[in-house]
Design a protein around this ligand. Structure first.
Ligand code: ADP
Length: 658
């Protein structure tokens, strides 16, 4: 067949790549092809049943079932279903392209077979798994309601053909021409054991059609292999782990077991059943706004829609599963669901059950919870921001890095248990990385008091935490906030004394702070004395309502228009550098010298909070000048030291003698 014949189509480029990946990464799990194809057939039956709700004639002509027909002699395995079928265009589109929005990115990340191949299952590659065992695949399909049938056929990995065909009833027949190596998939016993293992939960009958024992005897035997019936309708005590996990894989195309599940029935003014899972790993497109999520919705066992996102909030978008409602109308659509009271009630219950599940994992499987948090914590934090009504429960699920431990994360509860006597608040430092905040000037005073600091380095933390004013009655306070008060526990008397001392020192330093303000102009909103510093001469703090600088940069990088908030420069009145500047200022020394030092201090404060500096060249010049002074005075002190080699001695400048 030549490639330019009108019925020959090239696969979309991504398909060929995905095929390659599937074949290379799954060679050890080839048998999963059967589950994938049965899963597709079962979906097609579900879709037919749904379409028949409004057009009952579509379901006439044949019962809903899946047939598996192994033929050892021909070395073929045929999967037959009486589902919705595909039109010619659908064959071309569904089996020739991959619709998934994240596919390109996924392929790029996995180029050369690196990366996490367990994720391929999420890309709707189910059908292509047929090529794990077959070198030629034929699909004959007839769309429900149409008399036309079409044959899709492919052996190569880069093209397929579509030609007219015959099929007596609606549905799809997939014939796998097995490779010699996989000819055993054409045997009855192999198919029987695979279906029992992988597809027992499928709701539609799966029938094995065996060739007659004796060629003359005519009629093939037909045997139903699965128990049928929706798994979620059974009582949890009748379902073992394997059945749950196989159902999970069938539902999600994940090739790994789930991390946790919850299976329940809710009675009351909305009767529904649900089976929800938390995957072990995040899907590739967890942060892709276009990505689909949500549960699979059934109404009285009739499949209604996939990815129903009206029943789960976006901050639980990693949860997968089914909801089967007894009370929603069969013709319920997304539009109707959107403002339906019933949907709101179901959603509320789902959120409650997922939170129960998360709490249970956090309490009883802490190791697993860490994994879950690392994968989905960012998404859960969105809940704090968008749905403050769940704040109390969500806040207990939060985990943060903290100064308490170099690698382990802490819960707020654990933080509170470790709080020092008299410690007035829970302190956190927002920044781009642990390294920028950990040793930064803002945490100095806390460190010296032995107060623990949470390191909030995820961009969403800024928003998540803004909705969490208190935990266990303790206020949450940013170490960079302008009104940081570390001594809330001090007596009123002591506070008054401290205030007086501060006022006096501020008075003494007025001339210097005015100079700072004059040099820095509109780069800062204010210059004032600090009580939070010990080792650093200055730091920048955020005025009330301002955003941390790394967040401002992030928003700007995302093309958002954020006004630059000028920060408050706090100076440490007891620091040697500030005292030195005070002397220079009093001595009326040249304004230029002071200006250069003020600029350097400001730049250094920017660097300490992880911000870029406005004029790196000016900073470098200033530093060089300072270093020259430092080395020359250093050398003067050690002038007796002998040069160790000629180069060093040549490089020496004339000795500075004091
Ligand atoms: P996925 O099932 O994840 O979408 P697949 O590659 O397995 O990805 O299938 C692609 C599409 O082909 C399906 O979404 C479905 O529309 C269609 N399809 C596959 N098998 C069948 C079938 N037996 N009957 C009807 N449509 C099918």
């Amino acid at each position: 067949m030549s490639n330019d014949a009108p019925n020959v189509h090239a696969f979309q480029a991504e398909v060929a790549q995905v095929l390659d990946l599937v074949i290379h990464s799954l060679y050890r799990n080839k048998e999963i092809f059967l589950r994938e194809l049965i899963s597709n057939a079962s979906d097609a039956l579900d879709k037919l049943r749904f379409a028949a709700v409004t057009e009952p004639a579509l379901a006439e002509g044949h019962a809903l079932e899946i047939r598996l027909i192994p033929d050892a002699e021909a070395k073929t395995l045929t999967l037959w279903d009486s589902g919705i079928g595909m039109s010619r265009d659908e064959l071309v589109k569904n089996l020739g392209t991959i619709a998934h929005s994240g596919t390109k990115a996924f392929l790029a990340a996995n180029a050369g077979g690196s990366g996490d191949l367990n994720l391929i299952g999420q890309f709707g590659v189910g059908f292509y798994s047929a090529f794990l065992v077959a070198n030629r695949v034929e699909v004959v399909s007839r769309r429900a309601g149409s008399d036309e049938a079409w044959r899709w056929e492919s052996e190569a990995r880069d093209s397929f053909s579509v030609t007219p065909a015959e099929r007596d009833v609606r549905g799809t027949t997939i014939t796998l021409h097995l490779t010699d190596e996989h000819a055993d998939f054409a045997s009855d016993w192999r198919i029987r054991s695979l279906v029992e293992r992988y597809s027992d939960y499928v709701e539609h009958p799966i029938k094995l059609v065996s060739a007659p024992e004796d060629d003359e005897a005519g009629e093939p035997s037909i045997e139903t292999l699965n128990r049928e019936g929706a798994l979620w309708m059974r009582s949890p005590s009748d379902i073992d782990d394997d059945a749950y996990e196989e159902f999970y894989k069938h539902l999600t195309h994940d090739w790994e077991a789930s991390l946790a599940r919850t299976h329940f029935k809710i009675e009351g003014n909305q009767l529904f059943r649900s089976l929800l899972f938390i995957p072990k790993r995040p899907p590739f497109d967890l942060f892709d706004r276009e990505a689909k999520h949500g549960v699979r919705l059934y109404v009285r066992r009739v499949f209604i829609m996939d990815d129903c996102d009206d029943l789960l909030p976006t901050w639980l978008r990693f949860v997968r599963g089914v909801v089967d409602s007894d009370d929603l109308p069969l013709n319920v659509s997304r539009d109707v669901l959107q403002d339906s009271n019933a949907a709101r009630i179901i959603k509320k219950q789902l959120v409650k059950k997922v939170l129960d599940l998360l709490e249970d994992i956090a309490k009883n499987r802490p190791e697993d919870y860490i994994g879950l948090w690392n994968n989905f914590g960012r998404v859960l934090k969105e809940g704090l921001y968008f749905e403050p009504e769940h704040r109390d429960r969500l806040s207990k699920l939060l985990r943060f890095a903290s100064s308490h431990h170099p690698t382990e994360q802490t819960s707020l509860q654990q933080y509170v248990e470790r709080m020092k006597d008299g410690q007035p608040a829970i302190y956190y430092a927002l920044g781009a990385s642990r390294a920028t905040v950990e040793g930064g000037p803002h945490t100095e005073a806390l460190r010296s008091r032995g107060y623990e600091v949470l390191f909030l380095t995820d961009p969403i933390d800024q928003w998540a935490i803004s909705n969490l004013e208190k935990f266990d009655d303790k206020p949450l306070v940013s170490v960079a906030s302008a009104d940081l008060d570390l001594d809330a526990a001090a007596s009123d008397d002591d506070r008054e004394k401290a205030r007086e001392a501060d006022a006096k020192r501020a008075e003494e330093l007025t001339s210097l702070t005015d100079r700072f303000a004059a040099v820095l102009g509109d780069r800062v909103s204010e210059v004032k004395l600090s009580r939070r510093l010990s080792d650093s001469p200055v730091c920048l703090v955020i005025p009330e309502g301002g955003l941390p600088s790394h967040i401002e940069r992030l928003l700007r990088a995302n093309n958002q228009d954020v006004p630059k908030t000028p920060r408050i420069l706090e100076i440490n009145p007891d620091h040697a550098v500030i005292r030195g500047l005070e002397r220079i200022d009093r001595g009326g020394k040249s304004g230029e010298d002071v200006a250069e030092l003020v600029n350097l201090l400001y730049d250094q404060a920017l660097l300490a909070e992880g911000s870029p500096i406005d004029d790196p060249a000016r900073f470098a010049r200033g530093m060089t000048r300072l270093m020259s002074t430092a080395v020359s005075s250093g050398r003067a002190k050690k002038s007796s030291a002998k040069p160790t080699d000629a180069a060093a001695s040549e490089a020496r400048e004339p000795e500075v003698v004091e």
